[in-house]
Design a protein around this ligand. Structure first.
Ligand SMILES: O=C(O)CCC(=O)C(=O)O
Length: 310
């Protein structure tokens, strides 16, 4: 079985990165984010969990805030039992906090994306997400999809009908990034990829209303899985996987006793439309350097997806 190529950030050759990204539709870079970036992100998410805990206490849903329970278990503990249905599946608007700036605007990451997309006009696409994937909770499983399937769907995001040619062009203007904040394993619900499936083009997606997600049409999915067995994307904190908007992927069930915390976000060549109401935030620009988010404080003052006021 083919596996995803793993490169080491300490000896990263960006041409090699690009070659694997284009050939496989995905590539892992190990030891990419420094500890300081991870700690900064985790501290902010701890602070978010603190807020949730205080609210649950105030509303009488818990008797204590479980302050001493470790990061990878606390949110699960807070929402255990009768509160589980109310546990957040993801955080988005809440991510405008200073401690997340170093992750979303990590310069070596922007260098890689610039190399992959061939432009330094880069926006952070307006759907940056942190997922606290809870154990044994089907709501946190993500069905097989291509991200471009959501982008194209007028029921989800697209403000107008978008042809397959156009969506594939827009898909090529983007790079997806996924990184774990605790080890992502087969047991705790890592993602699965069908390597090379980005070459199959955009697929029809079916709304699985009961699951609250889209899923690739059965026939297309079965045919792809019959040809290429999916691989588990196991990663350690600090590792990053870059993948194509057209790659078939899913987020599996968490069968462990702890929360699988992860961050997924995307960058886009800013010369292309987001196909969302929101314009996103500029991460880097040679044409208009002042349009890029300049620092953590500015990031914290902005809102989900823009508009970028400068
Ligand atoms: O984190 C997961 O389990 C799924 C994430 C995903 O589907 C995505 O980032 O597009």
């Amino acid at each position: 079985m083919t596996s995803i190529v793993r490169l080491d950030a300490r000896a990263l050759d960006k041409d090699e990165l690009k070659q694997h990204f284009n050939a496989q539709g995905c590539v892992i870079v190990e030891k990419f984010f420094p500890q300081s970036v991870l700690e900064s992100a985790c501290n902010e998410l701890e602070a978010l969990v603190d807020l949730k805990a205080e609210q649950l206490l105030e509303d009488g849903h818990v008797n204590e805030t479980y302050k001493d329970v470790p990061f990878e278990k606390r949110i699960y503990r807070l929402y255990a039992g009768k509160n589980q249905h109310a546990a957040p599946k993801l955080f988005r608007a809440e991510l405008h906090r200073e401690g997340l700036y170093p992750l979303f605007f990590h310069q070596p990451l922007l260098d890689c994306v610039e190399h992959l997309l061939g432009t330094c006009e880069l926006r952070l696409y307006p759907n940056y997400t942190v997922r606290p994937k809870l154990p044994r909770d089907a709501r946190h499983e993500v069905l097989w999809h291509q991200d471009a399937g959501y982008t194209q769907s007028t029921a989800w995001h697209a403000p107008r009908e978008v042809s397959n040619d156009e969506i594939e062009q827009i898909a090529r203007s983007m790079v997806n990034v996924w990184t774990p904040l605790v080890p992502a394993t087969t047991e705790n619900g890592c993602m699965q990829f069908v390597i090379g499936s980005h070459k199959l083009g955009i697929q029809r997606h079916v709304d699985k209303g009961d699951k609250n997600y889209l899923e690739i049409d059965d026939a297309a999915l079965e045919s792809a899985l019959a040809k290429t067995a999916p691989v588990n994307v196991e990663l350690k904190p600090g590792d990053v996987v870059l993948f194509h908007q057209l790659l078939f992927h899913c987020g599996t069930a968490n069968e462990s006793d702890h929360v699988r915390w992860s961050v997924d976000f995307r960058y886009q060549n800013a010369d292309f439309p987001t196909l969302r109401q929101e314009p996103g935030h500029m991460a880097r620009s040679a044409k208009k350097p002042a349009s890029a988010v300049a620092n953590a404080r500015q990031w914290a003052e902005l809102e989900l997806g823009g508009p970028n006021p400068r």
